[in-house]
Design a protein around this ligand. Structure first.
Ligand code: C5P
Length: 402
């Protein structure tokens, strides 16, 4: 993806062992299409060399406010005026304290102070030992920096370079990249609660076998991510898939259609938007065996009987909140032919204002898809694109209709 195309990011490194992760972060930002200008403090240069950062960013690194390469000798002004965002990663305890007091005795803090606060956001990725993180001074500084308009990314928790375990780790480069991408997305669903179902379901035949389908969950996970990026609180009820949970999304793992139904019902009472992307099994085995079914050599085959599963979407869409317009429901339809007419019929049958049609065999497992948005007025094609891109479009469509 090129989620940061056209963005110019000033990546500031203050001194800390997490500087080694800044190299990966720089690379990930460039991969997403950003141009990256690195600025390092003297302390940061103890941990990683400007040579490394220059090679990865493709630009000479700045480290001194007396840098004569700048015609006006004002790198703090020039660098901060060009940036779409300043990201400090790692942000040390000392650097936080400097920012808090508006100190400006070296280039990085000087540049942060000189930035136009309304135009150039400041994103901080703290990296501290757990005791340093928990210290009242740090917590006080963090709260004040947030009140001054800085955005704090993280922190992570886990094993620390000092050998201790706890909060204060810098987020991983991949997580920071996702957070920076999310930061730039328009907050179309701020304050909204979104519930998403995703993936296949698994209906047990016996303790080791079952019936499932080819849904990968990618579209639903992309929608959960896009809704989160748009500022919503997102709960994702996921069937058996091995996809990573999108940043900031609450995930509930389920297996069968009945599990998915049971997990979804209470969540739907809290949601403003319900998006049902899961490929839910229509039937479950009525007579699953408690023990593994064995061949007995007689050639006799087991007989399976089926019971219909509850329809999660139809149940939520017919709830009093949905009927009162407090909960906007969106369904999906994976068809193999006659998409427009089948999808419109399904929309009416499910009782939802918006149904998203796609051709099942062409989307299952793929990273891209093409959609057909169907509402009471008719249908609108959304051409083939990456699922995350489609998910963002769908989020914008939904936000428009609220
Ligand atoms: O009826 P069909 O399975 O084609 O409908 C697809 C839509 O209904 C999807 O949005 C799917 O998530 C939802 N659905 C559901 N519960 C079911 C069956 C489908 O929520 N038992």
């Amino acid at each position: 993806m090129n989620d940061l195309a056209g963005k110019h990011i000033v990546l500031g490194l203050s001194g800390g062992i997490a500087c080694y992760k800044a190299a990966e972060l720089c690379r990930a930002l460039v991969k997403e299409g950003a141009t990256v200008q690195v600025v390092m403090t003297e302390a940061a240069e103890q941990f990683i060399t400007p040579v490394t950062m220059q090679a990865l960013s493709g630009r000479p690194v700045y480290g001194s406010q007396w840098d004569s390469r700048e015609p006006n000798n004002m790198p703090h002004i020039n660098l901060s005026r060009q940036a779409d965002a300043i990201v400090i990663a790692p942000c040390s305890a000392d650097f936080m304290a400097k920012l808090l007091h508006g100190r400006a005795d070296e280039l990085l803090s000087l540049m942060c102070l000189a930035r136009p606060v309304d135009k150039v956001p400041l994103l901080l990725a703290p990296a501290l030992n757990r005791e340093m993180w928990a210290h009242p001074a740090t917590q006080r500084n963090m709260a004040q920096l947030a009140a001054d308009g800085a955005h704090v990314l993280g922190v992570g928790s886990g094993f620390q370079a000092c050998g201790e375990t706890g909060d204060g780790r810098m987020l991983e480069p991949e997580q920071l990249t996702q957070d920076i991408v999310a930061f730039f997305q328009p907050k179309l669903l701020a304050g909204k609660r979104v519930l998403v179902t995703a993936g296949p379901t698994f209906e047990a035949i016996d303790p080791v076998r079952g019936i499932t389908n080819l849904s990968s969950g990618k579209m639903g996970f992309a929608i959960a991510r896009a809704a989160r990026e748009a500022g919503a609180e997102v709960t994702l009820v996921a069937g058996p898939v091995s996809l990573p949970t999108p940043r900031g999304v609450v995930r509930i793992d389920v297996r069968s259609a009945q599990d998915m139904f049971d997990a979804t019902q209470p969540q739907a009472l809290l949601a403003d938007i319900f998006i049902a992307t899961a490929a839910v099994a229509d039937w479950r085995v009525a007579n699953p065996s408690a023990k593994k079914m064995k061949k007995d050599g007689s050639g006799k085959v087991p007989e399976l009987a089926f019971t219909e599963n509850p329809d999660i979407l139809a149940a939520v869409a017919s709830s009093s909140r949905a009927r009162a317009g407090e909960l906007f429901c969106v369904g999906f339809a994976a068809e193999s032919h006659d998409l427009a007419s089948n999808a419109q019929a399904k929309r009416i049958r499910k009782g939802v204002p918006l149904l998203v049609g796609n051709i099942g065999p062409a989307t299952f497992g793929a990273d891209d898809n093409a959609l057909l948005l169907v509402d009471e007025h008719g249908s609108q094609e959304v051409p083939r694109a990456a699922k995350l891109e489609l998910a963002r479009l769908l989020v914008a469509e939904i936000a428009n209709r609220l």
